[in-house]
Design a protein around this ligand. Structure first.
Ligand SMILES: *Cc1c(COP(=O)(O)O)cnc(C)c1O
Length: 372
């Protein structure tokens, strides 16, 4: 399917080619090289993380995060239910069991009350969870104070899935740097891209060393090739890291452009009481990767809005289908109510690319408006 307007297409800055050319000129066409080292350093500078590891995808970064924390077969990992499936799948890769936690209505992310209930339950039965994975959905920072408090109190490590949230801040600090480990994605649809890629962030040297080792085939520091553990081939290519460097130079502009989209939709649709946008109260700064909203007017079907947009060649998307509703995961334990499900059934994500122009956001707002 080709669209006239895409949901979140790549947006090149023009600066990527310089770094790609350098990779070609120096013949570093490999998963090592100067662009990777520089990209990791630049990610640390931008996010404030002490360490960064550039890898082949956000999913790989999550897998490495779980391995670095020592999550194993039979362990329990508490995971936000309302998310893309890549948040949960790595829990299965390591043979652990995901337990899904409902969302709260404000930021749409992990509900601290449901998290607390699940922690109480598992600690009571003597099965302390090995990690918690919180997501900053569509760029919106989760209830980090409350979640960090619960994790610290129970001595359970926190992984932040900030795949969609590069540039978002909580209390003036970049998300992805609050948990023991954070991950970001540079997939083609994310706020900046390396065509495909991801990164793991941490202030913990031990976790970082372990992840770097496992991402490079668990090769022991010997001249001959010696291996004591099963490793992975998860490093980012030096060519892709060059794309990332050219993209990271314009991240502030990209965040501002996505926020401008959100602000435009917000004011253009402000008269419609049946629409509620994902909100970011108190100390939150969302990169507004996607402008997400729910249709509160029960007479209006969200798929009708999507179809109206589709009729004009405009791509939109439902809110993620919660993991506890997915055929592969629906038999697993879950905590909380039905907030994630109602966000899914009532939600729509509007086109949010940083390359949208005013005519396009105006047209999209008009089409949405006429549905009411
Ligand atoms: C995109 C995404 C991922 C996975 O990132 P990839 O780079 O595509 O592997 C993980 N979690 C969330 C919430 C995402 O949106």
């Amino acid at each position: 399917m080709t669209y006239k307007i895409y949901l979140s297409p790549p947006h090149m800055s023009g600066r990527e080619m310089k770094y790609i050319q350098e990779a070609f000129d120096s013949n570093w066409i490999a998963p090592v090289g100067p662009n990777i080292d520089a990209f990791e350093e630049e990610l640390c500078r931008y996010t404030g993380s002490k360490y960064a590891l550039a890898v082949s995808s956000g999913t790989a970064a999550l897998h490495l995060a779980l391995l670095a924390l020592g999550v194993q077969k039979g362990d329990i990992v508490l995971c936000q239910s309302l998310t893309f499936v890549a948040t949960a799948n790595p829990i299965m890769y390591v043979g652990a069991t995901p337990v899904f936690i409902d969302s709260e209505r404000i930021t749409w992310n992990m509900c601290p009350n449901a998290l607390e209930e699940s922690l109480r339950h598992y600690i009571r039965i003597g099965k302390r969870p090995k990690a918690v994975i919180v997501v900053h959905l569509y760029g919106m920072p989760a209830m980090l104070d409350e979640i960090l408090y619960l994790c610290n109190q129970n001595e359970i490590p926190l992984i932040e899935d900030a795949a969609e949230a590069l540039g978002s801040e909580y209390r003036g600090r970049k998300v992805g740097t609050f948990g023991d480990i954070g991950i970001i994605s540079f997939n083609g649809n994310k706020i900046i891209t390396t065509s495909g890629g991801g990164a793991m962030l941490s202030n913990n040297a031990g976790y970082m060393k372990k992840a770097r080792f496992l991402a490079t085939q668990a090769r022991e520091p010997t001249e001959h090739y010696e291996h004591c553990e099963v490793g992975y081939n998860y490093r980012m290519s030096n060519v892709c890291a060059g794309i990332g460097r050219g993209q990271l130079e314009v991240i502030d502009e990209r965040v501002a452009q996505r926020q401008a989209n959100f602000n435009f939709y917000g004011s253009a649709l402000s008269d419609i009481s049946g629409i509620r946008f994902q909100t970011g109260p108190d100390h939150r700064f969302s990169n507004r990767w996607l402008t997400a909203l729910t249709i509160e007017d029960r007479q209006i079907d969200p798929t009708g809005i999507q179809n109206a947009l589709l009729g004009q060649g405009i791509e939109s998307r439902p809110v993620w289908k919660p993991m506890h509703c997915q055929p592969i995961y629906k038999t697993l334990p879950r905590f909380g109510g039905s907030v994630a499900e109602s966000l899914f059934t009532r939600g729509v994500c509007l086109p949010s690319g940083s390359n949208l122009n005013n005519d396009e956001t105006k047209l999209i707002s008009q089409i949405v408006g006429t549905c009411f």
